[in-house]
Design a protein around this ligand. Structure first.
Ligand code: ATP
Length: 449
């Protein structure tokens, strides 16, 4: 983890927040590369769960919601106990229930007791009084529950269908840590999938598989993912069944995403507290009922950490350490880097033209400093799948080389074929499938100098 944190900082993926003031505990800023990686993860999720499906729609609800939402959801009631947390196993305990000042589960040391509400509280408007208290949402889910009727009425979606949302959530966690794994401000990607009661079991299984496949399709190794079924005693108050998708992070197995069968709990609670019926009219059976909800809830930051960990690799090439991220091209911050072999003006002019053209389609880096070997390594280290090198022959033959990150193999292609060739390679075509006029260029491992 230390290596990863240091690389992320050095190359501009993730910085400690407010670093020039000494940082702010557990808050992180995504730098120029991190913002691209995170955006690509969110985009890949949105494409898979909204864009490529007829039964899903998106939503972007407000972070600050009516305070009664949190009454109905159970958050106000559930999170106002004096809490202590075990510093060893991180289980949280209601201080009132403890007879000894040690963790009942593992005997570990406990944090100091505090009147603890996981929700961040603030005031709406200029007067700081109880009537104006509002909360920063601790999950994006409630925005989707309270908009259920709005979505049904405006989209005319019929069951089963779902709503998806990506957004910031805030939890005043007692303990944070492990880099971006647990912070107080984080981003979630949540789905609330509404189904007819009785079909919830099969939809639960369906989403569990779909979500697992999403991670593996984007490159997470199967052996680093594991399911963990919650025991009856640990189920949240709203849940009929919960299965966590756990990932083998550097500090051990931990939750990446949770899939819960929330039954009718949320719609029933919001109907009760708002006085508005949230029943669904089933045209097929002419019945009114509250749909059950299957919720796959993922963390953007935890996914980012998992993709970083899984893609990280080190190997020795020609006696030197090569560090690289094997990011799936869909996630890589830069897809391509254009590298003129030298700083000679006529070469850089051609390279800049190529860069300008490719920028219309992808995030493309332009790097002119240091030897070509060093520049390849710099791109490997940030996970750029392909480098395009413009050399002196390019000025004569109008061809450039494409170098593949994972194999370091190179092909040479006409500039006129470059865009289409890169498009095919980024979509997974083998490097040695050549465009017209293309040839295999180099297959030996290059040195870093
Ligand atoms: P944990 O047990 O690790 O605290 P949780 O079970 O409370 O997580 P959920 O309420 O199920 O988490 O939230 C769904 C997802 O949101 C989690 O799987 C995780 O990816 C993400 N998440 C939750 N809390 C945090 C946090 N403090 N920092 C970063 N991501 C978080």
């Amino acid at each position: 983890m230390e290596k990863l944190v240091s690389l992320c900082r050095r190359r501009g993926f993730i910085f400690p927040s407010s670093e020039i003031y000494g940082g702010l505990s557990s808050c992180w800023d995504y730098g120029p590369l991190g913002v691209e990686l995170k955006k690509n993860i969110k985009q890949a999720w949105w494409r898979a769960v909204v864009q490529q499906r007829a039964d899903m729609v998106g939503l972007d609800a407000s972070i600050i919601m009516h305070p009664r939402v949190w009454e109905a959801s159970g958050h106000l009631e559930s999170f106002t106990d004096p809490l202590v947390e075990c510093k060893n196993c991180h289980q949280r305990w209601k201080a009132d229930d403890l007879t000894e000042n040690k963790c009942p589960s593992c005997g570990g040391e406990l944090t100091d007791e505090r009147q603890f509400n996981m929700m961040f509280k603030t005031f709406m408007g200029p007067v700081e009084e109880a009537a104006n208290v509002v909360y920063l949402r601790p999950e994006t889910a409630q925005g989707m529950f309270v908009n259920f009727q709005n979505v049904v009425n405006t989209t005319r979606k019929r069951l089963p269908f779902g709503i998806a949302q990506i957004g910031k959530s805030f939890r005043n966690e007692i303990t944070t840590g492990n880099f971006i794994f647990r912070s107080r401000e984080f981003e979630q990607m949540e789905i609330e999938y509404f189904v007819k009661p009785g079909t919830d079991g099969e939809w639960f299984d369906y989403w569990l598989e779909a979500r697992l496949n999403w991670y593996t399709k984007l490159g997470i190794k199967q052996e680093n993912l594991k399911l963990r079924e919650h025991g009856k005693e640990e189920l949240s108050h709203y849940s009929r069944r919960t299965v966590d998708i756990n990932y083998l992070f550097p500090m051990g197995w931990a939750e990446l995403e949770g899939i819960a069968n929330r039954g009718e709990f949320d719609l029933a609670q919001h109907s009760k507290h708002s006085g508005k019926s949230l029943e669904y009219h089933d045209n097929d059976t002419n019945e009114n009922y509250l749909p059950y909800i299957i919720e796959p809830s993922a963390g953007v930051d935890r996914s980012t950490l998992a993709f970083l960990c899984d893609a990280y690799d080190e190997e020795t090439v020609v006696g030197e350490l090569r560090v690289l991220f094997h990011f799936d091209p869909a996630l890589a911050p830069y897809k391509i880097s254009v590298l003129p072999l030298s700083k000679k003006e006529n070469l850089t002019a051609l390279a800049k033209d190529i860069h300008t053209e490719l920028c219309q389609h992808w995030m493309v880096e332009f790097d002119i400093t240091q030897s070509i070997g060093r520049r390849y390594r710099r791109q490997d280290e940030i996970g750029t799948p392909f480098c395009v090198t413009v050399d002196f022959d390019s000025l004569e033959d109008n061809q450039v080389t494409i170098r593949e990150r994972d194999t370091m193999n190179q092909i040479r292609v006409p500039i006129a074929e470059l865009k289409n060739t890169l498009q095919a390679k980024l979509a997974g075509e083998d490097l040695f499938v050549l465009p017209p006029g293309g040839k295999i260029w180099k297959v030996e491992k290059e040195s870093a100098t």
